[in-house]
Design a binder for this molecule. Structure first.
Ligand code: HPA
Length: 245
């Protein structure tokens, strides 16, 4: 049984190298996940894989049923979740194609179904979130990167915006003042829901562009140029990290 799941985002709607053995659709108390969960082997390890944006990348970040996604993975017997997320770089160390393992986050999303622990799906609970990313998983990713010879930024703060539009330069300046090193649209409520279900969760963030106001001004062009190079690094890190989880 797969104990580890990878959630793939933009640039990883499919996972080259994953030998899929079976796929399973789940029905959860919170509705349907983005896609069937694929079970198979990667680098000799049994893993589950879920395409966050659904097959054909149809779901925008604010329409993803994060609650159903995490519930389905837990139902599948998964204990640890590695979330691959494309982000915009805010910190100077995160140009396009750089990889980071964030250690903290700021949630700017609104109006998403963001909890199970509301007394409806599960009893009320104030999940502790001092360390939003599981240290054990973060260490495994950093160790995997070292072994793969992939340079990674070993920590950083992920700011999560609501999307689907990109940010304004003023919003990015504010995020920088808030301490954010990178900006994505899917990191929350995903991380918090994993915590509520007692799943270990860590993110492998791939910068695919400079955040608004910091780069060439052609964000989509940057993404197109750098995503393949960055995803190759992500796969190399996973190849070394997954067997050690
Ligand atoms: N902003 C928000 N989310 C993103 C970005 C960005 O610049 N790039 C990739 N995901």
């Amino acid at each position: 049984m797969a104990k580890v799941a990878v959630i793939g985002g933009t640039g990883m709607n499919r996972w080259p190298g994953l030998e899929i053995v079976r796929q399973q659709s789940f029905d959860t108390p919170c509705g349907a996940p983005s896609a069937p969960v694929a079970f198979g082997r990667y680098a000799g390890v049994e893993v589950a894989f879920l395409a966050r944006h659904g097959e054909g990348h149809k779901l925008p970040p604010h329409r993803i049923n994060y609650r159903a996604n995490l519930w389905a993975l837990r139902e599948a017997g998964v204990k640890s979740v590695v979330a691959v997320a494309a982000v915009g770089g805010i910190a100077a160390e995160l140009p396009p194609a750089a990889v980071a393992v964030p250690h903290d986050l700021v949630d700017y999303t609104w109006g998403r179904e963001h909890t199970y622990c509301d007394g409806v799906v599960l009893p009320l609970k104030h999940a502790e979130f001092t360390e939003p990313y599981a240290p054990r998983l973060r260490e495994a990713l950093l160790d995997g990167a070292r072994r793969a010879g992939v340079a990674v930024v070993p920590r950083g703060v992920m700011g999560v915006t609501h999307g689907p539009r990109l940010e304004t330069p003023a919003e990015i300046r504010r995020m920088r003042q808030d301490g954010c090193d990178m900006v994505g649209m899917t990191g929350m409520p995903e991380a918090a829901l994993a915590r509520e279900l007692d799943l270990d969760y860590a993110a492998l963030a791939l910068s695919v562009n400079w955040a608004a106001g910091l780069g060439s001004g052609d964000i989509h062009g940057e993404i197109e140029t750098f995503i393949a190079e960055g995803m190759a690094k992500v796969r190399a890190v996973l190849t070394e990290a997954l067997p050690r989880l």
